[in-house]
Design a protein around this ligand. Structure first.
Ligand SMILES: C[S@@+](CC[C@H](N)C(=O)[O-])C[C@H]1O[C@@H](n2cnc3c(N)ncnc32)[C@H](O)[C@@H]1O
Length: 342
């Protein structure tokens, strides 16, 4: 009962703070393409509107790889619709290959108009208006090739499941959480946490770093252990992330630093234990607004009484605001704020 009361009690000024102005959004699906649809679906399921920079290029590579695989499958299919598609692809090939270089602009546009008549409306819609630069037309014809092959397999009762499974696997491999981390940006945050804990005469506190960049080896948790255990301010140090840590990393952290790493998704539920201090650094703005609200409610519910929740986002090397919220009997209040830059 107490958790629920506390959970709903994040004060309104928190949401008005610049830390929460603007947030990640899910990009609307604009391409009727299996990989784009899987990408959009997976992002929602995983609550990852924002991904690693690498993911954008990886998705484009995934579209090309899926297309190569589909063309190999198409080679072996002999039914009338596959034969018609192969004819269309040959026609496209002639208009995108070097053999079309000899055509005048007028003849080229006439040939493209003829081709357009045999295209499905969805593919025809992406053609540029004439007159258009030949390079633009060629690029669009490349996209049309991808769209019509994709549509063929998605509409084929015999191939649909196999094709969609493959698109799902490609999209799944391409999508990664943003895991950038940097000790230089974390040092001032941890120094401030130390200052707050010292000011409150804390000792043997339990600490958790939420979204601790497990994929990068969770280096800021090691720095937190060094910084906050000094003088006995903090004793227990945990790092948690939606990304599952390898057994080797878990064993190394435990053996070398007495740090416990575990996987959790506090957007879905509170942490499995309560802490005196929780740090959420450079995580919340990767989520949509509704998930940010649930995340904060769950983290508030994961605090011991008098517990502190530090929320930080580094906008640039001059602006790295950090809010410190404290849980007091039944509610959360803003205790302090600091711009964590050296
Ligand atoms: C940009 S990194 C920040 C890493 C580190 N806190 C720092 O400031 O250097 C964001 C981290 O949040 C993690 N993350 C994203 N969504 C999460 C969620 N719902 N629950 C827990 N961790 C999440 C990512 O895996 C990644 O490790």
């Amino acid at each position: 009962m107490e958790d629920k009361a506390v959970a709903t009690d994040v004060p309104p000024e928190v949401w008005r703070h610049p830390l929460f102005a603007g947030c990640a959004e899910y990009v609307p699906v604009t391409q009727d393409l299996a990989i784009a649809l899987c990408d959009a679906g997976l992002r929602r399921v995983r609550r990852m509107p924002s991904t690693a920079d690498y993911s954008r290029l990886a998705l484009l590579d995934a579209v090309q790889a899926q297309q190569r695989k589909a063309l190999q499958w198409l080679d072996g299919i002999q039914d009338p619709s596959a034969i018609a598609l192969k004819g269309l692809l040959n026609h496209l090939e002639r208009l995108t290959g070097t053999q079309s270089n000899g055509l005048s602009d007028e003849m080229y546009q006439r040939a493209v108009t003829r081709l357009a008549e045999s295209l499905p409306a969805q593919a025809r819609a992406v053609l540029p208006e004439f007159p258009a630069a030949r390079e633009d037309i060629r690029a669009t014809l490349g996209l049309i090739r991808i769209l019509i092959v994709d549509r063929f397999f998605r509409e084929s009762a015999a191939w649909r499941n196999r094709y969609l499974k493959s698109a799902y696997r490609y999209a799944d491999r391409a999508l990664r959480y943003n895991t950038t981390t940097d000790l230089a940006r974390m040092r001032p945050v941890l120094a401030w946490i130390r200052q707050v804990l010292t000011g409150q005469s804390r000792s043997r506190a339990s600490y958790a770093d939420v979204g601790c960049a497990v994929a990068e080896g969770a280096p800021a948790v090691v720095l937190a252990a060094e910084t906050l255990r000094r003088g006995g301010l903090v004793e227990t140090v945990h790092g948690t992330d939606i990304v599952v840590a390898s057994r080797e990393l878990v064993a190394h952290m435990r053996g070398e630093y007495h740090i416990n790493l575990y996987s959790s998704n506090p957007v879905c539920r509170p942490l499995p234990m309560r802490y005196d201090v929780i740090l959420l650094a450079n995580v919340h703005r990767h989520l949509v607004q509704a998930d940010q609200e649930t995340l904060l409610r769950h983290l508030a519910a994961s605090l011991n009484t008098q517990g502190l929740l530090f929320i930080n986002w580094r906008f640039n090397d001059r602006e790295s605001p950090c809010l410190c919220l404290q849980k007091n009997a039944g509610h959360i209040e803003v205790l302090a704020e600091y711009n964590c830059v050296f």
